[in-house]
Design a protein around this ligand. Structure first.
Ligand SMILES: *[C@@H]1O[C@H](CO)[C@@H](O)[C@H](O)[C@H]1NC(C)=O
Ligand SMILES: *[C@@H]1O[C@H](CO)[C@@H](O)[C@H](O)[C@H]1NC(C)=O
Ligand SMILES: *[C@@H]1O[C@H](CO)[C@@H](O)[C@H](O)[C@H]1NC(C)=O
Ligand SMILES: *[C@@H]1O[C@H](CO)[C@@H](O)[C@H](O)[C@H]1NC(C)=O
Ligand SMILES: *[C@@H]1O[C@H](CO)[C@@H](O)[C@H](O)[C@H]1NC(C)=O
Ligand SMILES: *[C@@H]1O[C@H](CO)[C@@H](O)[C@H](O)[C@H]1NC(C)=O
Ligand SMILES: *[C@@H]1O[C@H](CO)[C@@H](O)[C@H](O)[C@H]1NC(C)=O
Ligand SMILES: *[C@@H]1O[C@H](CO)[C@@H](O)[C@H](O)[C@H]1NC(C)=O
Ligand SMILES: *[C@@H]1O[C@H](CO)[C@@H](O)[C@H](O)[C@H]1NC(C)=O
Ligand SMILES: *[C@@H]1O[C@H](CO)[C@@H](O)[C@H](O)[C@H]1NC(C)=O
Ligand SMILES: *[C@@H]1O[C@H](CO)[C@@H](O)[C@H](O)[C@H]1NC(C)=O
Length: 407
């Protein structure tokens, strides 16, 4: 077969399989109308400390509303509240909310419409001197750990007052008082989505209109050790009656996140049922440069889930959850053993997590992989069939030529 024919056949296959896939899979047509507002209902004399905000993103569906709230009063937290009403609204008792110690000062009304709520809180950044180059905090002596940076104590940069209503993104950047943070910052970028899709930048997680994404990066911090590596500690707060579990899914397809074949889903499900109600999802990869490329990818490790006895120091979470909520924590560590590149090399690390309700999104096979599988399975099958037919025909012909003279 000429090269030209092969190319034509491949293009035809691509179009056919692509069309079939668009028709069968990824047919998530569910859309929400998203609007973003800052500090709903806040008016003088109440005011928040500089750089502190409550970002409220409302995702309005045909029969329901999904509220996402991001707040950096105390440890930064992302709260998800789902209601089965299209009229639900966020109500904040600002004087009490700002004062802290304020259970019940933020609610989504009517409270009877709330069907599910859950929060993700970024609590600490840990740093350790990886002298043995294991990149494994579990194998590292406790003495190699420096005192953690507590995110509840961060000072936040002034937020741009207007929110871009077309891309539904907002960025919060903060830093510690310590000397090592003089040139450093920790940033969180929230994205809320109207429909299914994925970011062009790696890790290109698949999202849908029931999820929001946080991109977290640590930039320009002066490492305290000569072989410093970092850990990000985060906690999940949810209603009692729910349990958490981390599932790891593997795939043979890495088209969207090169060289990464795993997805981690921290799912939340009711104690008496096996249906998943909410999730946090990430891929075990971080990037060492703001514009991710292959050479700057580094694997991540996640620690086992631990139960935390007290609710984290986040105003948002403390104000919203009134009935004994449950808290679980987990560390994400960046880097892999024998990796000669430490944080000091680029002084930058970024990581992305998706949070939402319902089942976590799952990548379907890409068109390329489907074609490879089709060609890989199809070619031997075609050879066997054609070969079989050929052998049968040959046998008949020889048989007839042998038996004919005897007749
Ligand atoms: C919304 O509710 C109406 C009436 O209850 C129902 O007919 C419709 O199918 C629902 N739409 C969706 C998208 O669930
Ligand atoms: C603020 O908190 C203090 C104690 O933490 C309390 O005495 C005071 O009444 C609170 N003020 C408001 C307006 O809630
Ligand atoms: C909304 O949810 C509440 C609590 O789960 C339930 O009592 C109520 O009937 C639901 N309303 C609708 C319209 O589905
Ligand atoms: C380095 O590895 C040795 C042997 O495994 C261990 O005894 C030591 O505590 C490790 N050092 C650190 C700082 O983790
Ligand atoms: C705020 O806006 C200015 C100018 O539009 C921009 O340079 C700056 O990076 C923005 N800050 C944040 C935190 O997005
Ligand atoms: C808002 O976001 C859109 C899409 O990313 C961009 O094209 C536009 O310039 C942004 N507007 C402002 C005011 O930043
Ligand atoms: C911060 O940056 C300045 C200028 O690049 C540099 O002189 C200084 O040493 C840096 N400080 C720290 C703590 O790294
Ligand atoms: C998103 O939530 C709505 C309302 O609960 C549901 O109808 C829809 O199927 C969900 N979409 C996905 C992709 O989970
Ligand atoms: C880092 O390395 C320098 C020179 O190699 C050495 O003087 C210093 O003590 C080391 N610092 C730590 C914390 O190990
Ligand atoms: C789970 O248990 C709660 C009470 O503990 C009950 O109200 C609910 O109906 C149960 N759900 C299922 C699916 O069994
Ligand atoms: C995270 O790692 C640090 C250092 O090993 C440890 O002290 C802390 O308990 C861990 N947090 C969680 C939630 O596992």
């Amino acid at each position: 077969m000429s090269m030209f024919k092969v190319n034509v056949i491949c293009s035809v296959l691509f179009v056919v399989f692509g069309a079939a896939r668009a028709f069968l899979g990824n047919g998530d047509k569910f859309r929400r109308k998203v609007s973003v507002e800052l500090n709903p209902g806040l008016s003088p004399p109440s005011s928040l400390p500089p750089g502190v905000a409550l970002v409220h993103a409302r995702g309005l569906g045909p029969n329901d509303t999904l509220h996402f709230m991001l707040c950096n009063l105390g440890a930064p937290a992302l709260l998800l509240v789902h209601t089965n009403s299209t009229e639900s609204a966020v109500q904040v008792n600002w004087p009490v909310f700002i004062n802290g110690s304020s259970s019940g000062s933020l609610k989504v009304a009517p409270e009877s419409s709330v069907t599910y709520s859950s929060a993700l809180v970024f609590t600490r950044i840990w740093e350790y001197d990886d002298v043995n180059n294991t990149a494994d905090p579990q194998k590292t002596a406790e003495s190699s750990f420096y005192s953690p940076y507590e995110l509840q104590n961060f000072i936040w940069a002034e937020l741009n007052a207007t929110v871009n209503q077309s891309d539904h993104m907002i960025t919060l950047c903060g830093r510690e008082k310590a000397e090592s943070f003089v040139n450093g910052s920790l940033c969180l970028r929230l994205s809320v989505f109207e429909s299914a899709g994925r970011d062009r930048a790696w890790p290109s997680l698949l999202h849908n209109s029931n999820s929001s994404q946080l991109h977290v990066w640590l930039d320009g911090v002066t490492p305290r050790g000569n072989h410093s590596r970092f850990l990000l500690e985060f906690q999940s707060v949810g209603d009692s009656g729910f349990q958490g579990r981390v599932d790891v899914r593997s795939s043979i397809d890495d088209e969207y996140t090169p060289s990464i074949f795993k997805v981690f889903d921290w799912v939340s499900l009711p104690l008496n049922s096996s249906s998943v109600w909410g999730f946090s999802q990430w891929k075990p990869v971080a990037y060492r440069k703001p514009e991710p490329v292959f050479e700057d990818a580094t694997p991540c490790r996640s620690s086992p889930l631990v139960s935390v006895s007290h609710i984290p120091q986040s105003a948002l979470v403390q104000a919203f959850f009134t009935l004994q909520p449950q808290t679980h924590g987990l560390n994400i560590s960046f880097g892999v053993d024998k990796d000669p590149v430490f944080y000091s090399d680029t002084k930058y690390i970024s990581w992305t997590v998706l949070m939402g309700m319902g089942e976590p999104p799952a990548d379907s096979f890409s068109t390329l992989i489907i074609i490879i599988i089709a060609v890989g399975l199809g070619t031997p099958l075609a050879i066997i069939i054609i070969g079989g037919v050929f052998v049968c025909v040959r046998k008949r012909m020889t048989r007839s030529s042998i038996y004919e003279p005897i007749n």
